[in-house]
Design a protein around this ligand. Sequence first.
Ligand SMILES: [Zn+2]
Length: 134
Amino acid sequence: MSRTEALQKLSEDLRERLGVLRGVSDDHRREIRDADNGNTDSLDQASQTASIEVTARLATHESQEANQIVLALDAIENGTYGVCEGCQTPIPIERLEVLPYSTLCITCKVIAEKEGVILPEGESRQFRSSDEDD
Ligand SMILES: [Zn+2]
């Protein structure tokens, strides 16, 4: 598969994901709105409030991800997608398939992490202690 074909495929996957996200996000917004309307039994109020907080957090996360997808799709159309912001070289398609919103190639990402500019995805700094020998 050529890079163009792979990007085409990725863009289809992203569109599909965007459709799913928007559907889920609409459901969550509806849930929040219904709760606001006092559409609940007062006994359930506390658990309802907690669940709405979770729902609101999910909705925020979903809309952030949807924004990232829209930006990625725009970049794919403009031909600027998948180019490393650090060194301007194309990011390998294998990396984009795993992390479609990557804006750095692995080399630049490692450098950025070493310099403490950004943290690795989903990791804390504790792994760094192994670097210290004394
Ligand atoms: Zn780079």
